[in-house]
Design a protein around this ligand. Structure first.
Ligand code: SAM
Length: 281
């Protein structure tokens, strides 16, 4: 099924005309239903008056939905040169609104190409999804260059991003994401929606930057969460020994008999700040 969101050709035809057989090595699972890609684009909030960054446009299903839903300008970063002609056809249909950067999104610098307010919307390649998200979350500049991120992940990763303390999925990614953003799962997407279908269910996650996250150095926060969750079954007294153990915990006012998965985000921030004080002193 292909929705009537524009009068460009159906995605199946685009894929066969340009020889875009999906490559596993590039994490290619394409969405061909433009009603579904429109639903994803709409989760981001209003697109009129916003620039959008999309990683991995592929044959352009989500790209077309973002443009049809009114984005002022879309910068799309795609690593696969085979997709360039198909994307050029979309650019011609929306003059002056789509710029395609051919390259690796982990390396590309597109910050000068977009103007505030910016939304990130992407059906991420699963093999680089977590490093991309971490990069967007851990930047030195806050508030960041974007006002929202609407991203597709494997459901298991989406649950880790949004997990509450005390749950099995709660870990380093939950702390980093929730320290700086409000995050929620908008809806799940069945493997059947993709060509080819992946093995697992996916989920759309929406993240909105907190204007004033609790003050703390992101590298120290990463250091304490790495140590604490590296040995999540152990008491914090033991897991945090390499970073100062009891001295660190006392400074942060946290009981060393607790375990990482039961600490709130604010308590990890207290540990990160205590680590800063110990290293200074
Ligand atoms: N947006 C399309 C859709 O929803 O149908 C394609 C999504 S597919 C899951 C991921 C896309 O990311 C592919 O087109 C792939 O070629 C591209 N890709 C993979 N690694 C990339 C990277 N490091 N930088 C930019 N694009 C990448």
């Amino acid at each position: 099924m292909s929705g009537q969101i524009d009068d460009l050709p159906p995605l199946r035809e685009v894929i066969s005309r340009h020889g875009l057989a999906a490559k596993k090595s590039l994490g290619q699972n394409f969405l061909l239903d433009l009603n579904l890609t429109s639903r994803i684009a709409r989760q981001a909030g209003p697109l009129e008056g916003h620039d959008v960054v999309e990683v991995g446009p592929g044959p352009g299903g989500l790209t077309r939905a973002i443009l049809a839903n009114g984005a002022r300008k879309l910068v799309a970063i795609e690593r696969d040169p085979r997709c360039m002609e198909a994307l050029a056809e979309i650019a011609a249909h929306y003059p002056g609104r789509l710029e395609v950067v051919e390259g690796d999104a982990l390396e590309a610098d597109y910050s000068d190409m977009v103007k505030a307010p910016v939304r990130i919307i992407s059906n991420l390649p699963y093999n680089v999804a977590t490093p991309l998200l971490t990069g967007w979350l851990a930047g030195a500049q806050w508030p960041p260059f974007y006002v929202s991120m609407t991203l597709m992940f494997q459901k298991e990763v989406a649950e880790r991003i949004c997990a509450a303390s005390g749950s099995k999925a709660y870990g380093r990614l939950s702390i980093l994401a929730q320290w700086r953003c409000e995050a929620h799962i908008a809806f799940d997407v069945s493997p059947k929606a993709f060509t080819p279908p992946p093995k697992v269910t996916s989920s759309i996650v929406v993240l909105e930057p907190r204007p004033e996250p609790l003050p703390c150095d992101v590298r120290k926060l990463e250091a304490v969460t790495r140590a604490a969750f590296g040995q999540r079954r152990k008491m914090l007294r033991a897991a945090l020994k390499p970073l100062g153990g009891t001295e660190l915990l006392d400074k942060a006012g946290i009981d060393g008999e607790r375990r990482a998965e039961n600490l709130e985000v604010a308590e990890f921030v207290a540990l990160a700040n205590a680590l800063g004080e110990i290293r200074k002193g």
